[in-house]
Ligand binder design. Sequence first.
Ligand code: A2P
Length: 343
Amino acid sequence: KKYKVAIVGATGAVGREMLKCIFQFNFPFESLKLLASARSAGKVVEYEGHEFVVEELTENSFEDVEVAFWSAGGSISEKYVPYAVKAGCINIDNTSHFRMDPEVPLVVPEVNGEALRNHKGIIANPNCTTIQMVSALNRLNEYFDIERIIVSTYQAVSGAGVAGMEELYRQSKEVLDGKEPIAKTLPCAGDKKHYPIAFNCIPQVDKFDLDNHFSKEEMKMVNETKKIFDKDIKVNATCVRVPVLRGHSESVYIETKKPIDIDKVFELLSSSHGVELYDDIENQVYPMATLFIGDELVHVGRVRKDLDNDHALSLWVVADQLMKGAAYNSVDIGLKMIEMGLL
Ligand code: A2P
């Protein structure tokens, strides 16, 4: 069977990758509708010899759509997904809007694909930082039983969309030209102040929760990891924006119930679906963001047992967050649903 498909937010950083992934991973489509704001209506998008004319997203866009991939922002999903559900469309949503809704499965296919069976027309794609972490840790959690995760992220500017990438390019040039870099978007488009990202690290991704002093991005890692793995897992996250265009890196420390057997760790990581063990320190082999642009896997290196705690392990996890962290995971959810007979 082939499906009538739509991409909502098709002109955005993730939307463009969704189009690529639909072709690259052979999502079987009969028709493909590209939706964005009125500003983009009529624009022509070309991909591998196919031409698509972008249409404006409206309440009536889904009458002839069976599967929609969403990445136009939380408020757009909040407003329009209900119309799509009413029209009988299955919605795979990359925004944060529905993620913590108990009625909505939050899915990384190789980790908790079975949760898809309970969907009611909406499936949420987790936050990019959560996806690559739970994908890397899944087999370790099954075997060693993770109690606590402490993670620091090094996140690329493309996580803030096309505007984030433009800002890094422009500011880098401003600095190299001897000018003062002008900040308009980062760390967070909707917050009061903006700081330069060129030649800098910013310890803020998304707005802050003034009650607990964590950022919303950090709380996504906490809450989504609990929803996907186990509500009792303790998670502490520090999310940092770095001047990298594409690809998030994470320094992950875990504490486990079972003592760490390092040979078993390597065996599990090298046989984890969707994960590539990329670890050979003698030859200075470890994952770096620039190595894996456009790649759909999660790459793990710098794997080492803690020096003091026999139940603890450190690792370094890198993925192209526009791919595994967003577009590829969404399309893979669709493919998994076909495989499970749910589409
Ligand atoms: P547009 O390009 O027409 O503004 P990014 O995350 O890279 O900033 O991309 C955001 C995506 O969401 C773009 O495709 C953008 O379309 C789309 N978008 C933003 N606002 C709306 C809206 N009001 N209706 C539909 N799509 C929207």
